[in-house]
Design a binder for this molecule. Structure first.
Ligand SMILES: O=C(O)CCC(=O)C(=O)O
Ligand SMILES: [Fe+2]
Length: 357
């Protein structure tokens, strides 16, 4: 991760403050936030059955009677959707609730108090906005707080809020309670395609994890803005939590956007670019975006799981049983540099590595 931290993002306005001044329907939204594509693409909502994001039950994965059947569902979810909702995940409700209420309280602090934790010019961590590459780039209708949470000695406490007073503790608890869950998921993902569980653990166990807390203010003209631009996650796996039960996540499938109806208490898990390559394309890193509510704020968190940074990113032999390698190799650091030097065109980044079949 060392190189990544040296790359700077261009400064842009705080969106929560901006929303406070131009949220009236007749007020002008600054041009850089107006997204014409938001209205012209088809969005599917209220769908059911095969058209809904699969629900995976961790209890069923763990129980010998049902494990095999649930593994088949897991494999198909990761292959066709790149996303699933995880229930019975075992992370104590109290841990999630404390973390949730602390995040809500943090984002409701006055701007000056939050700015004590502002991103520095050459750092990704802290309170601010998502990465901005150029002066003419369209901007997202959202703010965020990004923190490196693991390993514990990599934490930069300058960016860890001390208000609310229990924030650091609740974040620490959330991070440690989700750690074994994530390892368990990596094991089942390997098993689901007949690979040794250690194949993915060797790459992700004890490796960096980063927590992004996303804050999306309401916007009366919500159909004109986008909370988080379409992207794929560059990492291995992401654990998403809807913090305040306001929906807004959409994922792309067959050229259409599907609204995700997040189950209360479930995690939404998604495959990132790194795992798509490692799995030789057996799992898909799928484009997703966050949309805005006209009169309610929305808060979500994403816990990103990074691989070892000395990794030569290429399909793992155990995932290439038929002998056909689908992606070119690239060092993980080069792959990350591409991510930070180019627009967040995740699918293109992956397409460039695909080998002709
Ligand atoms: O807000 C959401 O639901 C999605 C967040 C997300 O995709 C991300 O932080 O990478
Ligand atoms: Fe994402």
């Amino acid at each position: 991760m060392a190189e990544v931290r040296t790359i700077g993002s261009l400064p842009v306005p705080n969106v929560q403050a901006l929303a406070g001044t131009c949220n009236g329907s007749d007020e002008q939204i600054p041009e850089r936030y107006i997204r014409t594509e938001a209205t012209c693409e088809e969005v599917i909502s209220n769908y059911h059955g095969d058209m809904a994001i699969p629900i995976i039950d961790l209890n069923k994965l763990l129980s010998p009677q049902s494990s095999e059947e649930e593994c088949v569902k897991l494999r198909s979810a990761c292959q066709y959707w790149g996303f699933f909702q995880l229930i019975n995940h075992g992370v104590p409700e109290e841990v999630i609730e404390n973390f949730r209420s602390n995040i809500i309280e943090f984002f409701s602090l006055p701007l000056d108090a939050k700015k004590e934790y502002s991103q520095l010019p050459n750092s990704l961590e802290g309170y601010g906005q998502t990465f901005v590459f150029s002066e003419d780039q369209k901007l997202d209708w959202g703010d965020m707080l990004y923190l490196q949470v693991h390993p514990t000695d990599s934490r930069d406490l300058r960016f860890w809020p001390t208000h609310p007073a229990s924030f650091r503790q609740s974040l620490d608890q959330y991070s440690s309670e989700t750690k074994s869950l994530s390892l368990c998921l990596f094991e089942f993902l390997a098993k689901a395609v007949g690979a040794e569980p250690e194949s993915l653990l060797g790459i992700f166990e004890e490796q960096p994890r980063g927590m992004r807390m996303n804050y999306y203010p309401p916007c009366r003209q919500s159909d004109k803005v986008i909370g988080l631009s379409p992207h794929t996650d560059v990492v291995g796996l992401t654990l998403l939590l809807q913090v305040n039960d306001v929906q807004g996540l959409q994922i792309k499938r067959d050229g259409k956007w599907f609204s995700v109806d997040a189950l209360s208490g479930a995690f939404i898990v998604n495959i990132g670019d790194t795992l798509e390559i490692l799995s030789n394309g057996k799992f898909k890193s799928v484009e997703h975006r966050a949309m805005i509510h006209p009169n309610k704020e929305r808060i979500s968190t994403a816990l990103f799981h990074y691989p070892r940074d000395d990794l030569l990113l290429s399909p793992l032999p155990e995932f290439v049983k038929d002998g056909k390698v689908n992606y070119r190799s690239i060092s993980y650091n080069d792959f990350m540099m591409q991510f930070f030097n180019q627009k967040r065109d995740g699918r293109n980044r992956l397409e460039r590595l695909k080998l002709e079949q």
